[in-house]
Design a protein. Structure first.
Ligand code: ADP
Ligand code: MG
Length: 563
């Protein structure tokens, strides 16, 4: 049954499509990159499925992408012999514009077209970028291993609806036919398409082929049309670093991450020896919408001897590095490896610590050599890095070096001071690193606890992120100096008080004894203890949390988590 039906997109779809077309208008040629990227993913998926069942190749295991152009009809067709899609998969994958995080995305739209355009560039639109250049798109596809009469045809004009029906499709895989807008007919040009493929899709591991241009003056009918490969067609991470240009690294990032923006930095390494593997790891420029969803998809693309195995292999990096994208290609794992096996394999643990170290080194290098770009990194991912010391005790010192704080030294909310900066400014005789944690920067900055520190010129870290107390409780010390919450316990500035100060303090204490006793009586059970403090210079009194109790911020954090 051909079952022709018309379906609508979700309500946001039209708005989203319109925005996307608008925002990507100056960079229209990327539609081809997205479609070739999808074809390559489809080839990867077929190769993986064929490891268990090679009948899926149906006698044709030379996977490739073909790009054809018809100038007269003003169409471009991109076809592959990859995994293909069933009818349900077409509806699922192409009938839902911008799947993961759509809700978050739509919520973050401001209505200001300019701002929204930047957002959408970050979000990635994949297949739908076809509509930047086309006013009608026809997809024909047939899943590997199913009969030829179970092909599917999907058609959409980029408005609110699409039409889907079953067709006969002998050739496995997917073809995407773009009917170009008259304003985009410049793309119906063989040489233009070749140069776009070279520019954006050179790194694609399977051949991208086009028909060879016909020699001028020869009898066209006499010639068999011949194909030629337009791209380099080797898995990019297998090439040596010196052979790969920055542009190629950037384009490859967009392919693996499905991101539209350039990455912040990357690290490409081959490890030989006990375990043999290649890794290509990227730090994105922008945090994804679901960064704080600890259950969200994360991880690397796993290959075994250049065969794609799985997306989102999360076993290779700790949770606090969940923003890292990239590829790991192992020569030792079995092609039959599964998530369950990955969880148990002790070799994975050693790969994980090596890859973690790689990422931390890459970030440290950025911090050292490019402080301005590091500041951008910190703005996007600093909060997640702060989860590090709790999760990864072994790398505590390394992570601590990456931390950036607001402090009383700069007295602004910007988190731009390192612990090393702090150490370099410590007072003679100062033994601890002092901090105060509050629910926001202003409260921290104006805390009465700071009075004596300001007076003595001792720097205090001003913490106001939700994770900060959690961070401090796991960090505990840095470079042999304890981290001390100045809102907690007895304050002993030790060597920093002069002999006269100490004598004066004792005298005051003696004379105030009756007052203290009275206050204690009045407050009764409401407090644990009333004592004289020398930490205030302006305010008359303040509340202090005992040394080993939870800080106010931590208490709020746990309360909000329902504990
Ligand atoms: P993404 O590639 O980020 O998943 P896209 O919008 O580019 O998003 O594609 C959406 C989905 O449609 C893909 O995840 C894939 O499941 C399916 N798809 C797209 N193109 C093809 C293709 N050529 N062959 C098989 N499936 C495809
Ligand atoms: Mg895609």
């Amino acid at each position: 049954e051909a079952q022709k039906e018309t379906r609508g997109f979700q309500t946001e779809a039209k708005q989203l499509l319109h925005l996307m077309i608008h925002s990507l208008y100056s960079n229209r040629e990327i539609f081809l990159r997205e479609l070739v990227s999808n074809a390559s993913d489809a080839a990867d998926k077929l190769r993986f499925a064929a490891v268990k069942d090679d009948s899926l190749y149906e006698g044709d295991s030379e996977l490739k992408v073909r790009v054809e152009v018809d100038k007269d009809a003003n169409t471009i067709t991109i076809s592959d012999n990859g995994i293909g899609m069933t009818r349900d998969e077409v509806i699922e994958n192409l009938g839902t514009i911008a799947k993961s995080g759509t809700a978050a995305f739509v919520q973050s739209l401001t209505g200001d077209e300019k701002k929204d355009a930047q957002l959408i560039g970050q979000f990635g639109v994949g297949f739908y970028s076809s509509f930047i250049v086309a006013d009608k798109v026809v997809v024909r596809t047939r899943k590997a291993g199913v009969p030829a009469d179970q092909g599917v045809r999907w058609e959409c004009d980029g408005e609110a609806e699409f039409v889907i029906e079953n067709i006969e499709k002998p050739a496995r895989g997917t073809s995407i036919e773009l009917h170009l807008k008259s304003s985009a007919s410049e793309f119906a040009d063989d040489w233009r398409l070749r140069s776009i493929i070279k520019k954006y899709s050179d790194h694609i591991a399977i051949p991208v082929v086009m028909q060879m241009p016909q020699a001028v003056g020869e009898d066209e009918a006499a010639q068999e049309p011949q194909e030629e490969v337009v791209n380099t067609a080797t898995a990019m991470w297998t090439r040596s670093r010196s052979d790969v240009s920055d542009e190629e690294y950037k384009e490859f990032y967009k392919h693996v991450s499905h991101d539209f923006a350039d990455p912040l930095t990357w690290s490409h390494n081959r490890v030989e020896g006990n375990l043999d593997y290649t890794s290509l790891l990227y730090i994105p420029a922008k945090a994804p919408f679901d960064l704080y969803n600890r259950d969200g998809a994360r991880g690397l693309k796993l290959y075994v001897q250049r065969t794609f195995i799985m997306d989102d292999a999360e076993q290779f990096l700790p949770l606090y590095l969940r923003f890292v994208k990239g590829v790991v290609d192992s020569n030792d794992l079995s092609l039959n490896v599964s998530r369950e096996i990955l969880q148990k394999d002790p070799n994975i643990d050693s790969m994980r610590s090596a890859l973690t170290k790689r990422v931390l080194d890459m970030i440290s290098k950025l911090a050292k050599n490019e402080p301005e770009r590091y500041a951008e990194f910190w703005k996007e991912f600093g909060q997640v890095i702060k989860e590090g010391p709790a999760e990864d005790f072994a790398n505590r010192e390394k992570i601590a070096k990456l931390l950036r704080f607001a402090t009383t030294h700069t007295n602004t909310a910007a988190q731009d001071q390192s612990l090393d900066d702090y150490l370099s400014r410590m007072k003679e005789g100062q033994e601890k690193i002092y901090y105060i944690a509050a629910e926001n920067h202003n409260t921290a900055k104006n805390s009465p606890h700071l009075e004596v520190f300001r007076k003595k010129g001792i720097e205090v870290l001003l913490l106001s992120d939700r994770v900060d107390e959690w961070l401090m409780s796991h960090l505990m010390d840095y470079d042999g100096k304890a981290l001390q919450d100045i809102g907690k316990g007895e304050l002993d500035l030790g060597e920093m008080d002069s002999e006269e100060d100490k004598q004066a303090q004792e005298k005051v204490a003696e004379s105030l004894k009756p007052l203290i006793e009275r206050v204690q009586k009045v407050l009764g059970e409401k407090v644990a203890e009333v004592r004289i403090t020398h930490r205030l210079t302006e305010s008359p009194a303040c509340v202090v949390v005992p040394e080993h109790e939870m800080g106010a911020q931590m208490r709020r954090l746990l309360e909000s988590a329902g504990q």
